[in-house]
Write a protein that binds this ligand. Structure first.
Ligand code: NAD
Length: 282
């Protein structure tokens, strides 16, 4: 691996890293030689994930129970990560929840709306605020916020999620300008539909339809968590210092689609070849 592909010597915090996109990200960062702290509401799963990452890569990894909505919990988790790793260079604000009950605006429970803002927006703010002083001291920082295509296009019945992800795009741009001369870049990744265990369960329960959302993407399929992780790891690299304030879709083209539904040809029937790329060449 060339040094431009390496996170050697860099300490990375991934919130919500016990499963899904966050776990794939923590594993990818570790494969690129970063040390990793997983912060997750499920501390047990976070510790288990960290142990699996160390076993698979030999990288330093620790799991810490943390609620990103709670200031004391965040401050103490970041302090614990710093105690174990030395400092924080990379923060991936990934912890998130899906809309629990899809509902028209007129029927949306205020509590459901506020939960979305609390985990995604307050969580991103609190974690960034706790980590930034260490990045400034190190003169190196990479903050990568996980937004969504739903922060870029309009989709009904998810106003809280849309508000939260749109706010994350604003936080990204504002912090990017503020921190640009301190060696800290701030970017966001906006994933499309990604096959995490959480969404696989929703597919199995019939709450989501694979084909409907695959067809919306010009590439004709959902994404894998590893494909999002790959983009996050790229932004974390020392060689990505000229990219800041960007909201980068990793969405199979959903957000650039402007056609009226013309036939784009058959959709891929399997994602095994994509998965194999990551299994063969981590
Ligand atoms: P997931 O459900 O697989 O994992 C989310 C993790 O976040 C879980 O481990 C959970 O315990 C943790 N978490 C939830 N609330 C927390 C809190 N208060 N404090 C700390 N940890 C908390 O989800 P995922 O699909 O991997 O999603 C990860 C991120 O990507 C989220 O921000 C989500 O909005 C975003 N996203 C996902 C998709 C997708 O299709 N899966 C698409 C666009 C954006």
């Amino acid at each position: 691996m060339s040094s431009s592909d390496s996170l050697d010597g860099l300490n990375c915090v991934v919130t919500g890293g016990a499963q899904g996109i966050g776990y794939a990200t923590a594993l990818t960062l570790a494969r690129r030689r970063g040390a990793v702290a997983i912060l997750d509401l499920d501390g047990e799963l976070a510790r288990h994930g960290a142990a699996r990452i160390t076993a698979a890569t030999g990288a330093r990894a620790l799991g810490i129970g943390c609620d990103v909505r709670a200031q004391a919990s965040v401050d103490s988790a970041i302090a614990q990560a710093v105690r174990h790793l030395g400092t924080v260079h990379v923060l991936v604000n990934n912890a998130g929840i899906m809309t629990p009950r899809l509902a028209p605006v007129a029927d949306m429970a205020a509590g459901d709306f506020e939960d979305m803002l609390s985990v995604h927006v307050r969580g991103t703010f609190l974690c960034s605020r706790a980590a930034i002083p260490f990045m400034e001291r190190a003169r190196y920082g990479r903050i990568i916020n996980i937004s969504s295509v739903l922060g870029l296009v309009g989709v009904p019945f998810r106003i809280g999620y849309a508000a939260a992800k749109t706010a994350i795009n604003g936080i990204t741009r504002s912090m990017a300008v503020e921190l640009a001369r301190k060696g800290v870049t701030v970017n966001a990744i906006a994933p499309g539909y990604i096959l995490t265990d959480t969404l696989r369960t929703r597919l199995q329960e019939g709450k989501l339809d694979y084909a409907t959302h695959a067809e919306r993407a010009p590439v004709g399929r959902w994404g894998l968590p590893e494909e999002v992780a790959h983009a996050i790891a790229f932004l974390a690299l020392p060689t990505s210092g000229f990219i800041t304030g960007a909201v980068i879709p990793v969405d199979g083209g959903i957000t650039i689609r402007g056609d009226a539904g013309e036939d784009l040809g058959p959709r891929p029937t399997s994602m095994d070849d994509v998965q194999a790329l990551f299994d063969r060449n981590p």
